[in-house]
Write a protein that binds this ligand. Structure first.
Ligand code: IMP
Ligand code: MG
Length: 373
């Protein structure tokens, strides 16, 4: 699907230009039929409607005037909020058939405001022509006489419609790509060293607005904060030992409790054992959440070795430069992780995706899997 970026937001194609023109044509024909023999005027509400109005007007082949107005906001002296007045209206509308031309009717509050002001001018008739209509957002009772296309209650740009003043020049109409925010989304990212977990996790954070939990980061944080857990962990690390499951699990539990309003978490490097996987499920259950999915970035061993060696050359990391060490890390990965994979498979939460190819391609594959949830 074609995507565009307007300022900081991403949009995807919703209504292509050809479909827009077809809908405008239909509206023009209907309006034409209704205004034959009448003293009609299109009253275009700027700014958003300028493009639609230009296309619509060119497709109307009976006598009809056009005029452009704007709603100006000014703060009233009362604290009751904003009052918007119609400015730029030079024509006398008395006895005319007025067709309000809007790019979009959302709640209908704007239309309501306009109609109330126009009625004072005693036109013969007021009709509403809106290119887009969001029925799910509409709270008014006016019948919309001419509607181009009905759309869901999502934010759109293009064809005159803007996001913060930008995007009006797009030929097609695009809809905002929603980041999934309503439900918690908890993903375990899995895969051998060098599979690209860290890189992909970073992109996923922004795409889905999640927190990244890497056990290494947590350990450093807890140690820096000198929490009880941190102090204990430091002792163990200084003795050259692995931090035991119960400590790691305790740290993750504390982090989850600290972030109850997060949209969800990406776990990277955890769980590594079946005990940790079970503990994570228990922690999640206590919070009323659950792990949605474990995604393995599948990269063949020989490819991973190549990647790590390249990384080793650039970073100078000793363990990334010795082929024997790398192969041993891979062996350990395959041995200790298969029980974790089996654990998630049994819950039907296991997915494996092809982790080779361009970083963007792998990212798309991960997003496709997540978007199924
Ligand atoms: P209302 O809610 O019907 O009063 O619509 C108010 C105004 O909000 C419209 O005239 C548009 O300028 C703007 N608007 C509503 N929905 C959208 C959208 O999806 N994209 C861009 N502007 C919108
Ligand atoms: Mg508008």
């Amino acid at each position: 699907m074609k995507r565009v970026k307007v300022l900081d937001k991403e949009f995807e194609l919703c209504i292509p230009s050809a479909q827009i023109q077809e809908a405008v044509e239909k509206m023009a024909k209907k309006i034409e039929k209704d205004i034959i023999g009448k003293d009609a005027i299109l009253l275009v509400i700027l700014n958003g409607s300028f493009m639609f109005a230009a296309d619509l007007y060119r497709k109307i082949f009976v006598d009809c005037q056009i005029s452009f107005v704007k709603l100006a906001s000014y703060s009233g002296t009362k604290s009751s909020g904003e009052v918007k007045s119609l400015i730029g209206l030079n024509e006398n509308l008395k006895g005319k058939t007025v067709i309000i031309v809007e790019d979009i009717v959302d709640t209908g509050i704007t239309i309501d405001n306009i109609i109330k002001q126009l009625k004072k001018q005693e036109p013969a008739d007021i009709k509403i022509a809106t290119f887009l209509f969001k029925p799910d957002a509409y709270v008014m009772h006016y019948k919309l006489d001419y509607v181009g296309i009905e759309i869901p209650n999502d934010f759109v740009v293009g064809y005159g419609l803007d996001y913060d003043g930008y995007g009006r020049n797009l030929d097609d109409i695009y809809t905002l790509i929603q980041k999934k925010k309503t439900e918690k989304l908890n993903v375990v990212l899995f895969g051998p060293p060098g599979a690209g977990k860290g890189t992909q996790a970073k992109s996923l954070l922004t795409e889905y607005d999640l927190l990244h939990i890497s056990t290494g980061d947590i350990l450093r944080m807890e140690i820096a904060d000198e929490t009880a857990l941190g102090i204990e962990a430091k002792k163990v690390i200084e003795n050259g030992q692995l931090v035991p499951d119960n400590i790691v699990i305790g740290m993750i539990g504390a982090l989850l409790e600290k972030n109850t309003d997060a949209n969800g978490f990406i776990f990277d490097g955890f769980p590594r054992t079946r005990v940790q996987a079970e503990a994570l499920d228990k922690l999640m259950e206590e919070m009323g959440w659950n792990i949605n999915i474990l995604i393995t970035l599948d990269v063949p061993d020989n490819e991973v070795v190549k990647r790590i060696l390249i990384r080793g050359k650039n970073s100078g990391r000793a363990d990334d430069q010795n082929i024997d060490v790398i192969e041993n890390r891979l062996k350990v990965y395959h041995e200790i992780t298969s029980p974790v994979i089996e654990y998630y498979k049994a819950q039907k939460k296991y997915r494996s995706i092809n982790g080779t190819g361009a970083v963007d391609e792998v990212f798309e594959r991960i997003c496709d899997v997540i978007d199924e949830y």
